[in-house]
Design a protein around this ligand. Sequence first.
Ligand SMILES: [Zn+2]
Length: 279
Amino acid sequence: MPEAPQMQALAERIADWLVGATFEGYEPLGFSGLKTVSPAPEALVGAALVRVDRRAKYVTLQFDNDLRVMFHLSQAGRLDFESPPKKTRPKGAVVRWRFSGDRAVLLREFGTERKAGWWVLGVDEAGPVENIGPEATSEAFATWVRSSDDGRRIHTILRDQRTVAGVGRGYADDILHRAKLSPYASLKSLDADERERLLGALHEVLDEGLERERKRTGGLSENKLGEHFTVHGKAGLPCPVCGADLKRVSYESHEVVYCPTCQTGGKVLADRRLSRLVK
Ligand SMILES: [Zn+2]
């Protein structure tokens, strides 16, 4: 799933490519990805794009008539830059936005989740980010981590967008590996040093992720985006720090990957799926 570093770098590439361009129209292509009724997207026609921002895992296109387009890629959403615009309707296509200068942006989704979407918002409308927590690298989140007695597991906290914005399962695995903390440790069980380690690792991993993402060009088209993770998705491979086998805990929709030597004092966490298989 695209997380804050991917979406931040994508917002920067859209800005480089399209700021100053005029919105010329849109083509709804597949399932209903448009999440708002009013203002209508037609109200964007003729407006110039002035800025592109990111908040959490959402990118915002700000136009000079005070309207904004916000979009979210969810698990499997992707974005293609097209110049000249294509006429095709690829599988999973959601919408194509046409801009001046013979350019277009295609929002699409592979797979069947149909969770990618877009919003057209007026000046005072927060849209889908209304109840989202502070950015992961913000001072507000650091202050909260230092003082909270939240009893949830830190892996869960990092992925909860109402608590902290922009981190998903990929960077959550890598952050906890870098911090040498168990994904199952609760925040309230961490002492002050461990909390600083968590914050330090979070900043390092997200900064490095952004650096890497800034080397990408064009949209965000590749089906697989996660090859660069340190431990996420790499269960069974050697830990890059100590060489021990990385382990996983499997859930319905995702898995948590960790190093028992670096993170859990050698303890292998129960994997329900695995224990079912063994029985
Ligand atoms: Zn290790």
